[in-house]
Design a protein around this ligand. Structure first.
Ligand code: PAF
Length: 279
């Protein structure tokens, strides 16, 4: 991969990159369309599929993560992907004479709350694999989805702080017509859970409406209580967190007004879903 990328870069060919964990859906397709628009038909569009063990916690079932390589290849073909990079774990984390892989990338500020608090080693795994993939694919631009708002913030910070010459683009969340944000994890939901999972996008819309009606802002504690009540009304759903914060710094805010970012994580059955919106 790196040899090919170097050859392209030497020939002045632009490289756009969409890193994924596979089980691709129209959300990923929209990232690919965005990446292609940036580098134009003459550039190369690289997509990686790698289910990265380092970003799964010990309680999270890595082996259960959905996979469909034939389906993913077909979608990449339809999207005009030039290179589909599907490395194995023995290639990404090879052992050498000194033993197993022992170098990691850690971001220590924007990664500490929300997903970072609930999943302590998650962002170390994400930052490490993204740094490694950037070194292998050598992209000029990489496109990530806005559904993983905090992930995008961590990747922006790592890219800036470690001087990666990569432009980070964040593309909007793609939703089902009823509001559910597209996610490979939606595949785990039963029919009943699928309908209860709508509470995430309903909560975002409810809070956005409340905030738009009150120019002086609304206390975060009151909005959190409202969201907890909404989620509690769904028997299969349980809140992990609801947060209101400054989208630039990710610092929590006590008073919520227009321009505040809201994010939430909710277990629906055993499946943990996340969503967010700029209010
Ligand atoms: O968002 C994802 O699919 C993953 O976290 C990423 C960025 C591909 C790293 O494994």
């Amino acid at each position: 991969m790196q040899r090919q990328a170097l050859a392209w870069r030497r020939a002045g060919v632009r490289i756009a990159f969409v890193p994924t964990m596979g089980y691709l859906h129209s959300g990923h397709a929209s990232l690919m369309r965005r990446a292609r628009r940036i580098v134009r038909p003459s550039g190369k569009l690289v997509v990686s599929i790698y289910v990265n063990p380092a970003q799964f916690g010990p309680q999270e079932d890595l082996s259960r993560y959905p996979r469909d390589l034939p389906g993913d290849k077909a979608l990449c073909g339809r999207m005009g992907v030039d290179c589909l990079f599907v490395p194995g774990t023995d290639e990404i984390y090879p052992a050498d004479q000194s033993g197993s892989h022992s170098a990691y990338v850690m971001e220590t500020r924007v990664s500490s709350s929300m997903e970072g608090a609930s999943r302590p080693t998650h962002f170390r795994g994400v930052a490490t694999i993204v740094a490694k993939l950037f070194n292998l694919v050598l992209p000029e631009v990489a496109v990530f989805g806005a559904k993983d708002f905090q992930q995008a913030a961590v990747i922006r910070k790592v890219t800036a702080d470690l001087n990666y010459p990569v432009r980070i683009v964040v593309a909007p969340t793609v939703r089902e017509p009823d509001g559910l944000a597209l996610s490979s994890r939606n595949n785990y939901l039963s029919v009943e859970e699928r309908s209860q999972a709508l509470v995430l996008s309903q909560a975002l819309r409810f809070v956005a409406r409340r905030v738009s009606l009150c120019k002086s802002g609304v206390p975060a504690s009151r909005l959190k209580a409202d969201v907890l009540r909404m989620v509690a009304a769904q028997p299969r759903a349980r809140v992990d967190y609801v947060e209101f914060f400054d989208p630039a710094t990710l610092q929590p805010l006590q008073r919520v007004s227009r321009g505040t970012q809201m994010a939430l994580a909710v277990f629906v059955g055993k499946t943990r879903l996340i969503d967010n919106a700029l209010l």
